[in-house]
Design a binder for this molecule. Structure first.
Ligand code: NAD
Length: 523
């Protein structure tokens, strides 16, 4: 059974820090809400909430700051991101305390967020100048038509982020938007607002002009529409159900949007896999942030010939995970983040068991550790008709299935409306890559769970199907925040018949020209 060392509970955040961070929120026009630390139940803050007037003010300030920022050379913007990178690493103890206190997750999982923000800041600081440089494609008439494609920031980008990876999802999407010359109005989740406010605070200390990164506070259902109504682009991370609402609202205004939604991610253990390595890394991939990770693995398909060995090692590793709530690295997994989360986890496990599944590890809430602790749980015998078979649990629950061929594994992996992340294990990486290409997911990790693809921030990350169509990371993660503008200058001769030339001769001449261009293999 999961071991649970006696650990000191998470402590309260210093009042002076909370006050300093709250000063960054454009809020107070609506009644405050109380926010509690999930691991201990202790109150963190009375969180001021934003009224419509506050939101209006935030967008006004952001719009004014953006006009100046758009004229700031990209190199100067990049210098701000580099200093932000250094601050995040240097002040990691503070931000790790805040993330842990607000989410209940373990420090090792909170550190993933620090790493994510640092590498995104580094990547976009290094790449933005190249990505934002004007291009000069060939004109309709070479030499005579001079074409330039310029990049224009969208204006004010709304970043609506959830509570599960509050630093990574608030900051790592805001950084490329800022680099591209936009302002950002953030609407972080109430549960984790202080984390997002710390990012704003750190960015301003790194030299970001005041007003450029605004934060408004409130429940998504209550203020989301007001935020989208004023934004020039919406970046949303959360459930697929809410994603549909966001898309409708953005579509109504004909503004662009990027949706990073849910997942029901599969991991495939092929017959020739390094079973011990798979059983070790799968534990990290299933239970990071107590499974409250969009990329986390909820389904494992194991080839019949290695099934027993994989299951035995995976279950042993899962049972060995330590649970706790201290603000240090002394344990591996923390708490879930609030009541709805533990209710969903318990409902999925209870439904599966009632319909014939077997719990082979965990399967219990742990109120002795804190109000929302639930043991990392492995299920066997899950079948269609059980809730957990198809629905995202978004908690520490994984189902293990036996398969008899690669084709069956791929077919099962693709039996979902989601398509966010997947993992394939094989000693033959060429074969694994071929299998990976057959899986309907935005990212597939070979011999890794999720970090190889997620951490490689030069490559895009995002979902297929109902996991959303947006992309973060890579060039795509920045270019979504700009519009292109094509400026074409016609020189010397017009694109029209010359004086005295008939339209018929013009058409003939152009037909000849098109044929020559094709023969010369010109684009
Ligand atoms: P949720 O959709 O209920 O809430 C997510 C956030 O959206 C919350 O902060 C909420 O306040 C806000 N929100 C809700 N209704 C809104 C509205 N009408 N307008 C604006 N904002 C609104 O989802 P949840 O269950 O709290 O979050 C977990 C989900 O997020 C999971 O499905 C998970 O997979 C997904 N997620 C996806 C990614 C990704 O990158 N793909 C990352 C993290 C989480």
């Amino acid at each position: 059974m999961t071991t649970a060392p006696q650990l000191a509970p998470a402590d309260a955040l210093p009042e002076s820090l909370v006050r300093r961070l709250l000063a960054h929120a454009t809020a107070g026009g609506a009644p405050a809400v109380e926010v509690f630390a999930p691991a201990t139940g202790r109150k963190i803050a009375d969180l001021p909430q934003s009224s419509t007037a506050d939101i209006e003010e935030a967008f006004g300030l952001a719009r004014r700051a953006q006009r100046q920022w758009a004229r700031t050379p990209v190199r100067e913007r990049a210098a701000v991101l580099r200093r932000f990178h250094d601050l995040v690493l240097a002040e990691q103890d503070t931000i790790l305390d805040i993330v842990q206190t607000e989410t209940g997750k373990s420090r090792v999982h909170a550190f993933d967020e620090v790493g994510d923000v640092a590498v995104n800041a580094r990547y976009y600081a290094a790449e933005a100048e190249r990505l934002l440089a004007a291009r000069t494609p060939r004109g309709v008439l070479p030499v005579l038509t001079k074409v330039e494609v310029r990049h224009r920031p969208k204006g004010v980008v709304a970043v609506i982020s959830p509570w599960n990876y509050p630093l990574a999802l608030a900051a790592s999407d805001a950084l490329p938007a800022l680099m591209a010359g936009n302002a950002v109005v953030a609407r972080p989740d109430n549960q984790t607002a202080l984390t997002a406010l710390w990012a704003v605070d750190a960015a301003e200390r790194a030299g970001l002009p005041k007003g450029l990164w605004q934060a408004v506070l409130g429940r998504g259902r209550e203020i989301g529409g007001e935020v989208i109504a004023r934004a020039d682009y919406v970046d949303y991370t959360g459930s697929s159900a809410t994603g549909r609402t966001i898309a409708r609202q953005a579509g109504e205004r004909l503004i662009g949007y990027s949706l990073e939604l849910g997942g029901k991610n599969p991991l495939l253990v092929l017959a020739d896999a390094d079973v011990s390595a798979a059983a070790k890394i799968a534990v990290r991939a299933c239970f990071a942030s107590s499974g409250q990770l969009c990329e986390s693995i909820e389904r494992i398909y194991v080839h019949d010939t290695v099934y027993e060995r994989f299951l035995a090692e995976f279950v042993a590793n899962t049972r060995a995970l330590t649970l706790g709530s201290a603000l240090d690295y002394s344990y591996e997994m923390g708490s879930l983040s609030f009541q709805r989360q533990i209710d969903t986890v318990a409902a999925h496990v209870d439904d599966a068991v009632a319909k014939g599944a077997t719990v082979v590890a965990g399967g219990r809430a742990r109120p002795d550790l804190g109000p929302y602790f639930y043991e990392p749980t492995v299920l066997e015998g899950v079948r269609p008709g059980m809730t957990v078979y198809r629905e995202e649990t978004f908690g520490p629950v994984v189902s293990v299935y036996r398969v008899h061929s690669d084709d069956e594994a791929v077919e099962q992996a693709n039996d979902t409306a989601y398509g966010l992340n997947a993992s394939v294990w094989s000693r033959d990486t060429e074969r694994a890559r071929e299998i990976a290409a057959r899986i309907t997911a935005g990212s597939v990790n070979v011999n890794e769970g999720f970090i190889a693809a997620w951490g490689s921030v030069a490559a895009p990350s995002g979902g297929l199907g109902i996991s959303g169509g947006g992309r973060r990371h890579g060039p795509e993660g920045l270019l979504k925040y700009i519009d292109t503008q094509t400026i074409a200058v016609q020189r010397a001769l017009p694109i029209a018949p010359l004086p005295g030339m008939s339209e018929a001769l013009w058409a003939k001449t152009m037909t000849l020209y098109f044929g020559v261009m094709k023969a010369l293999r010109q684009k």
